[in-house]
Write a protein that binds this ligand. Structure first.
Ligand code: AMP
Length: 383
């Protein structure tokens, strides 16, 4: 059985195909094809529909005469309606489209690909897997903003949380590594990529998370500000900023890009090591905020059995991890420097904290596409 996963980002379209054999159950299958179309909207590829046609062409070549048996789509925002992966039909696509307003950068490309794929393969079952779903268990005290209820009722303004597919996947792997059943696992899980968030997990359920109404709240990210006093926005509106300008500022021209002039962790770390003060300050600001969240979420999850790091930075940047762990001493955490260096690029997941640490810190590579393929298969029926 062949499962195609489509992951539409704001300017990219990633795909992968996995083969699941009947005797393998849900062990991730075997990846037999993958690819990416980038710079959508900026280069030769005008939009996600054109990107989809390119992917379709590449798939036809890669799979020969074979066709896929199911398609899993990553959808960023599932709102309050989608509390589990959904089998796609026209009504579901329209319901997802109604959420576009909540995630204008991320949801519309996903919807375009949903439409294109159901048109291209009308008889193939297709499933939407949402970044928000894992956070459906947030208690109201964690998802409420202290704003008038009318804003929630009229516009759905509340905290939703994102990166859920990744967080659940690495969380389950962390629990397995520790020999703890997932339903008994408490932990703090940080997904640190270009977008970054932290989640508090209590008994296998999300109980707090740093991204909110949009994927803008929380940590210092590649080009996103994370937390800022909302008073700053009011101030800037009075200075003549409009919605477009604020959106550009907060989503595309803030974070590491604003602080260090660059959003690639490798470049920033290298610059800091060479004495660049802006780069040094950017790393300190990001690590300070992350450490503060981890401390808070240790409380929110009722005592973490592990801190888990994943995403491009979490998995690969030993210097950033060392900087972070240096700030977690008050939690009883200390670094195993040799293990931290070893962990770079590991496949299985490794412990980078010293044996005497009260809470182990684990580096676990995420695989959102594998998780989406498995969720798709779970819904359409195993081979
Ligand atoms: P992601 O969004 O998960 O792909 O993560 C992107 C981030 O990971 C960028 O900030 C990259 O600079 C960072 N990253 C990827 N590979 C490495 C590496 N080998 N060392 C340090 N940072 C890395």
């Amino acid at each position: 059985m062949l499962v195609l996963v489509l992951n539409a980002g704001s300017s990219s379209l990633k795909y992968s195909v996995r083969r699941f054999d009947p005797d393998q159950s849900l062990n991730g299958g075997v990846k037999i094809a993958k690819g990416i179309v980038e710079q959508i909207g900026a280069g030769d590829v005008a939009d996600h529909l054109q990107a989809f046609d390119i992917v379709r062409g590449e798939l036809a070549e890669a799979l020969g005469g074979c066709t896929v048996d199911a398609v899993g789509h990553r959808v960023v925002h599932g709102g309050e309606r989608f509390t589990s992966p959904a089998l796609i039909d026209n009504e579901i696509i329209r319901a997802i489209e109604q959420l576009n307003e909540l995630a204008p950068l991320h949801n519309p490309p996903g919807v375009q690909c949903l439409r294109a794929a159901t048109r291209a393969w009308p008889n193939v079952p297709q499933v939407a897997v949402f970044d928000t779903t894992f956070h459906r268990t947030l208690p109201e005290a964690a998802w409420r903003y202290a704003l008038p209820d009318e804003l929630y009722r009229r516009y759905g303004i509340r905290r939703y949380g994102f990166h859920g597919t990744s967080v659940e996947y690495v969380g389950q792997r962390a629990a397995a590594l520790l020999g703890v059943p997932w339903e008994k696992f408490n932990g703090v899980i940080a997904h640190l990529g270009n977008g970054a968030s932290v989640t508090a997990v209590n008994q296998g359920r999300s109980v707090d998370t740093s991204m909110g109404f949009t994927p803008l709240e929380g940590l210092v990210m590649g080009t996103r500000s994370g937390d800022v006093d909302p008073g700053v926005l009011v101030f800037l509106l009075r200075k003549g900023y409009d919605a477009e300008k604020l959106d550009n500022l907060l989503n595309r021209n803030s974070g590491f890009k604003a602080l260090a002039g660059h959003n690639d962790m490798r470049t920033i770390t290298e610059a800091a090591a060479n004495g660049n003060e802006e780069a040094e300050l950017a790393l300190e600001t990001a690590a300070h905020r992350l450490a503060r969240y981890i401390g808070g979420y240790h409380v929110a999850c009722a005592g973490a059995q592990a801190v888990v790091l994943t995403g491009g930075i979490g998995e690969n940047s030993a210097p950033f991890r060392a900087r972070l762990l240096a700030k977690l001493g008050p939690l009883g955490i200390s670094l195993d420097a040799a293990a931290n260096e070893d962990a770079t690029g590991v496949e299985e997941g490794l412990c980078i904290s010293a044996p005497e640490s009260t809470i182990p810190v684990l580096v676990i590579p995420t695989d959102e596409e594998r998780a989406i393929a498995e969720a798709t298969l779970a819904l359409v029926g195993a081979p």
